[in-house]
Design a protein around this ligand. Sequence first.
Ligand SMILES: Nc1ncnc2c1ncn2[C@@H]1O[C@H](COP(=O)(O)OP(=O)(O)OP(=O)(O)O)[C@@H](O)[C@H]1O
Length: 212
Amino acid sequence: MLEAKGVSHKFDYELFNNINLCLHEKETIAIIGMSGSGKSTLLNILSSLLMPNSGEVFFEQKDIYKQKKSKLLNIRREDFGIIFQAHYLFRGFSAKENLDIATLLSLNEIDEKLLKTLDIEHVINQGVGELSGGQQQRLSIARVLTKKPKVIFADEPTGNLDKDTSTHVINALFKYVHSCNAGLILVTHDEELAKKCDKTYKLVDLKLEEIR
Ligand SMILES: Nc1ncnc2c1ncn2[C@@H]1O[C@H](COP(=O)(O)OP(=O)(O)OP(=O)(O)O)[C@@H](O)[C@H]1O
């Protein structure tokens, strides 16, 4: 469903060169690597947010960076779910209002079971500013899943969470991927979490190496 071909990128220095990656339905992929190796940059490229210096990213056989801007925005809004380290929640609104925005855009219902799995059903009427960092992170994951994206991109999705909560969050993401025929690419420093994915790649020496 998503394929990167010959992707290279540099800022002040070269980050990676000729990266190839393929994500299939129901597949989960982890990307690990040293701090500064370019993991988040690669995720931004794969998720339509940053055009690479060279190479292509195909979603459903079409090069996303060759699409019209309006089409690219549609893919980003409807097909891709992007979970950032910074949550981008609407702070002046309640947790529920933040989810309502996703239901308005997608015409899906809020999934009460998902809220329970993520352990945020009891804070749903509170303002975002009253939630802990971990609760905000789980709310942003709930908002992304409510949209029912085909591909989820997650940058350190369990970064702020304790071990038990991390397990709940990862189980919710994996369950979503399998039940909705979606795909997941996540960036993490947590090697245990990476091992739970179907494939793990390490960004090292400008290349993406598969770890077995
Ligand atoms: N928009 C940008 N403009 C210029 N340089 C950038 C930009 N974004 C990232 N960089 C640089 O690219 C390098 C890789 O950053 P990136 O965030 O992709 O690494 P990372 O592997 O995700 O790191 P970490 O594990 O610490 O989050 C860093 O040196 C960073 O300063």
